[in-house]
Ligand binder design. Structure first.
Ligand code: KIV
Length: 265
């Protein structure tokens, strides 16, 4: 039985931190199921780390369902949130409902995540009214990369800070059960976390958020194309994988592999 949204919200009320990581496939989801991770995000960051795109914009609803389905098959412990990809919720609340419904029905994810503030509050309300739980995402919202002109820290200066605070309030009012704050100054994230009743989940937003999320390929040291400053690498799997593959090639070449124990009689 996966963790529930009321349990996640309750953690904030109890002063307990919430842990979340991205995940995109069955085998990693199985490993995560052997831990006490609270939430999994099937992030559209899969565009970068799994599909090799420069940003998340080309990711489709079909891509998200494909990956979320395999994650769900591997993990029935964590609450699974699936990103709604670029242009799957912006056109109209009707389109958003159709796409979010398809994601939830076909993948088995427990909730969806959308990027944006007050401008999408109507859509968030339509989704939550239709019993689809929604996580918001403010600050550096990667789907706005072209608008921002790159991946830059957001929420600096009074105007930007006030806007982020009113966006966070609008998302809470519209029914979001939590909000990701990405790449914003930690004092601002602290302020938002104190103002909102729902949990804030930080990524590059400092230690005062109610929970944290990281891209698993970054924190495990698998993805080497670029590493944002806010990432802490808890393992260096790239070098372990390279070493293993080098040893395999050597053993294939010198005939050490396969040995007797790897062969059938
Ligand atoms: O897609 C993703 O992985 C995300 C996180 C960066 C929060 O949205």
């Amino acid at each position: 039985m996966p963790k529930t949204i009321p349990q996640i919200i309750q953690k904030k009320a109890a002063g307990l931190k919430i842990s979340m990581l991205t995940c995109y496939d069955y085998s990693m989801a199985r490993l995560f199921a052997q831990t006490d991770l609270d939430m999994i995000l099937v992030g559209d960051s899969l565009g970068n780390v799994k599909l090799g795109y420069k940003n998340t914009l080309p990711v489709t609803v079909k891509d998200m369902i494909y990956h979320a389905k395999s994650v769900k098959r591997g993990n029935d412990k964590a609450l699974i949130v699936c990103d709604m990809p670029f242009m799957s919720y912006e056109i109209s609340a009707h389109e958003a409902l159709k796409n979010a419904g398809e994601i939830i029905k076909k993948s088995g994810a427990n909730a969806v995540k959308v990027e944006g503030g007050a401008e999408i509050a109507g859509t968030v309300k339509a989704l939550t009214d239709a019993k689809i739980p929604v996580m918001g995402h403010l600050g550096l919202t990667p789907q706005a990369v072209n608008k921002f002109g790159g991946f830059k820290v957001q929420g600096r200066g009074d105007e930007a800070q006030n806007k982020l605070i009113s966006d966070a309030k609008a998302l809470e009012e519209a029914g979001c059960f939590s909000v990701v704050l990405e790449a914003v100054p930690q004092d601002l994230a602290k302020n938002v976390s104190q103002i909102l009743e729902i949990p804030t989940i930080g990524i590059g937003a400092g230690k005062f958020c109610d929970g944290q999320v990281l891209v698993s390929d970054d924190m495990l040291g698998v993805f080497e194309d670029f590493t944002p400053k806010f990432v802490k690498q808890y393992a260096n799997l790239s070098s372990i994988i390279r070493q293993a593959v080098d040893t395999y090639i050597k053993e294939v070449n010198d005939g050490t592999f396969p040995a007797e124990e790897n062969s059938y009689k």
